[in-house]
Structure formats: structure tokens, C-alpha cells
Design a protein around this ligand. Structure first.
Ligand code: KG4
Ligand code: ZN
Length: 370
């Protein structure tokens, strides 16, 4: 099991990503084809378009990754591929290509859960021992989980409606932030973070704390989205805004939304910490929080989570931005973690299939109102 080379393939959403990692955990090469600019133009991800682009990119991305590492597929020990959760059409492209390579070169396949990979990749560059708490925030997901081992996860809570990145993207579009040239190439979340940093008076906009009287660790972002839309429409009317114009208070409204999302994330994370403490799931002196997913790139959110961790005695970890967003490296890394523990190394491909919806571990906390 030593001297392994693990090849990772990720296609669960709108990024075609590959990477090769050796048994020491050293990254030999990576390659990523992002579709985000194309989807930005379409106003959101169209599954057929995403599938088409994955089909077009998968082979060149695999080739490029092999070339950069100066190895051939024959040198690879095992292939790791995302099979769940994600867009079914996108997942299918990665799975089919991985199965094709597996048959052609006689390599075992290691099935990967996309969210587990997000939660584990922080261990690639920093020594973070189990157990730890993880907050995964992206355009498609929002969850809190306890990571107890490479394939041992306990779900503490998740969003009951949309994900924070999805709300940032929708609000940014409604606000027409893309009409500002500075923001035109940015994701909604990035644009909102940048606009918010220029705010002067965010408190003119009031937004509620979601699920304030729920004692669980679930999230809800739809109320903040609707609340922001209402403020936006009111200001557009007030100023007689034209179709392609922004409201003058746009920076303040971005900041109000970012602050409200942050408050909610911090509140639920604090709740998860309390739960872990009363259940003695994490040692009080060695609490660790790993934040990842595209929204974790947000420095305002990260700063406020850091303050929470300082207060509760937790150590906080965040992978570099490139590893927070979707990528092939985290799939290869998860493949290596499984390879080291001889977990899920599959040779009979007939048993492998994609699963669009797949919770991360069992749910520890029932949804209760108090
Ligand atoms: O993890 P990711 O690449 O893809 C998935 O959604 O799985 O995350 C993309 C999301 C987008 O919704 C984007 O708006 C958000 O992450 N995002 C941010 C920032 N950078 C990216 N949200 C807030 N602040 C940022 N700086
Ligand atoms: Zn993701």
C-alpha cells in the first residue's frame, strides 16, 4: 500500500477537476476547468450545459493532469471519483469516464462523497486529528458535521432551504452587480463581499436572525434572501431606478446581507459547539473547527468565526481558497485517506452508481423547536 499514486476526478457540479497525489500526500499535479463564467452569463447553472462542458473537458483535464506530473495512467495505483451528491448529469460524466479508465488500465475505483472530501482536504496541509467540527458552506450546501474518521461523519445540521452561496449569487444578480465592471468576472459571493467592504451605513437595512428560537443546528437562508429583495425593491421604487441601474445604497444592502448571513452561521456554529460540549463529543480543550466550501473564502465570515473560536477555545482551520472551492485535489486526497485505511477500494464496478442526494452521515440532532 505504499508508493501509491491516487488520481482524483471531480465533476459533481460545474467544475471539471483532476489531481494526482502520492502516498506521502504530496500533490504531484492538478488541473481544473471552471465553467462558472459561462453559467454566470446564463444566469445560473443549466444542467444540460454543465454536462456538455464536462464531456468536452474531462479527457483534456485528465491528460493535462498526467502530463503535468509526467506520469502515464499505467503508473496510477487507484482512481478516486465523486459519485455523490451533486447534479446527476454532471456526476454521470465523471463516473463514466472513471469506469472507462478503470477498465482500460485495470485500476481499482474509490467512490468519494463530495462533502466528505470538502471536510477532509484541510488535513492535507495541516495536521488536524479526529474528531473535529466542520462547517461546509458553498453554493450548493450548508452543513455542520462532526468528523470522527475518514468515513465516519455525524450530521449536526444542514440548510432546510437554500445554501448561502446560492443566496449571494441570486441577490447579486437581482442587484445587477455584474453591470459594475469591477464585479463582472466575480462570483456573486465575491462581488457582495467587495461591495460590502465599501459600505458606510449598513444598519439602515434590517434583516432578521433566522431560526433564532430553534435549538437545533439547522440553517435557513430564504428569509434573508426575501428580506433583501424587499429592501431592494423598495429602494428601486423610491429612486425610480432604471432597468440596468443599481440602487445608490447597494453597498450598504450587501453589507447588511453579509452581516445577517454571518450572524446566522456564527449562531448555528456556536449551537453545535454547545451540543458537542454537553454530549462530550469533542474534548473541551481541543475543540477544532474546519471551515470549507466556496463561501468559506469570505474573509468577513471567517473573521467572525475566528472570534467565536477564540471565545470558545476552539482552533480554527480553513484550507487555502483554491481548496475551499470545488477541485480535483480534495477528491484525490480523500482517495488517499481511504487508500491508507483500505476503505472502499472497489474492483467490481457494477456495484458503483451515482447518488444525486446523499446526506453526510446520520443526523445526530432531530429538528426541534423550543
Ligand atoms: O464550493 P463552490 O466552488 O461550489 C459549490 O457551490 O459547490 O462554491 C461556490 C459558491 C458560489 O455561490 C460563490 O458565490 C461563493 O461560493 N463564493 C463566495 C465567495 N467566493 C465564492 N461567497 C462569499 N464570499 C466569497 N468571497
Ligand atoms: Zn463543493
Amino acid at each position: 500500500y505504499s508508493n501509491a499514486l491516487i488520481f482524483g476526478i471531480e465533476t459533481s457540479c460545474d467544475d471539471t477537476g483532476c489531481a494526482i497525489i502520492d502516498s506521502e500526500g504530496t500533490l504531484l499535479s492538478e488541473s481544473l476547468h471552471c465553467q462558472s463564467l459561462i453559467h454566470l452569463r446564463n444566469g445560473g447553472i443549466i444542467p444540460d450545459v454543465a454536462q456538455d462542458l464536462h464531456r468536452r473537458f474531462i479527457e483534456p483535464t485528465v491528460e493535462e493532469t498526467l502530463n503535468k506530473a509526467e506520469v502515464s495512467m499505467n503508473d496510477i495505483t487507484a482512481l478516486a471519483v465523486t459519485l455523490q451528491p451533486g447534479l446527476p448529469l454532471s456526476l454521470a460524466v465523471g463516473m463514466k469516464y472513471a469506469k472507462h479508465l478503470s477498465r482500460k488500465f485495470n485500476k481499482p475505483l474509490i467512490p468519494i462523497h463530495h462533502m466528505e472530501a470538502h471536510a477532509l482536504v484541510a488535513r492535507m496541509q495541516q495536521s488536524i486529528t479526529f474528531p473535529y467540527l466542520t462547517l461546509l458552506i458553498s453554493g450548493g450546501h450548508c452543513l455542520l458535521a462532526l468528523v470522527q474518521g475518514v468515513n465516519k461523519f455525524k450530521l449536526l445540521g444542514e440548510s432546510i432551504d437554500s445554501a448561502p452561496g446560492e443566496v449571494f449569487d441570486k441577490v447579486a444578480r437581482k442587484m445587477k452587480l455584474r453591470n459594475v465592471s469591477e464585479y463582472s468576472q466575480m462570483s456573486g459571493g465575491q462581488a457582495i463581499e467587495t461591495a460590502a467592504s465599501k459600505a458606510t451605513n449598513p444598519h439602515i437595512f434590517k434583516l432578521p436572525l433566522p431560526m433564532a428560537d430553534y435549538k437545533d443546528c439547522n440553517f435557513s437562508f430564504n428569509g434573508l434572501k426575501t428580506g433583501t429583495f424587499l429592501h431592494l425593491h423598495k429602494k428601486e421604487k423610491e429612486h425610480n431606478i432604471e432597468a440596468d441601474e443599481l440602487i445608490p445604497e447597494v453597498n450598504d444592502l450587501c453589507a447588511a446581507l453579509l452581516m445577517a448571513v454571518t450572524r446566522h452561521l456564527v449562531h448555528r456554529t456556536q449551537r453545535a459547539m454547545e451540543f458537542c460540549k454537553t454530549r462530550e463529543l469533542l474534548s473541551e480543550h481541543e475543540g477544532k473547527l474546519v471551515v470549507s466550501g466556496g463561501v468559506a473564502c469570505n474573509n468577513f465570515i471567517f473573521k467572525n468565526l475566528t472570534i467565536l473560536c477564540d471565545d470558545t477555545g476552539y482552533k480554527i482551520f480553513r484550507p487555502p481558497p483554491k481548496l475551499c472551492t470545488d477541485n480535483g485535489v480534495m477528491i484525490a486526497w480523500n482517495g488517499l485517506e481511504k487508500w491508507r485505511e483500505r476503505l472502499d477500494i472497489v474492483r467490481d464496478l457494477s456495484s458503483l452508481d451515482i447518488k444525486a442526494v446523499s446526506p453526510l452521515g446520520e443526523n445526530l440532532i432531530p429538528n426541534v423547536k423550543e
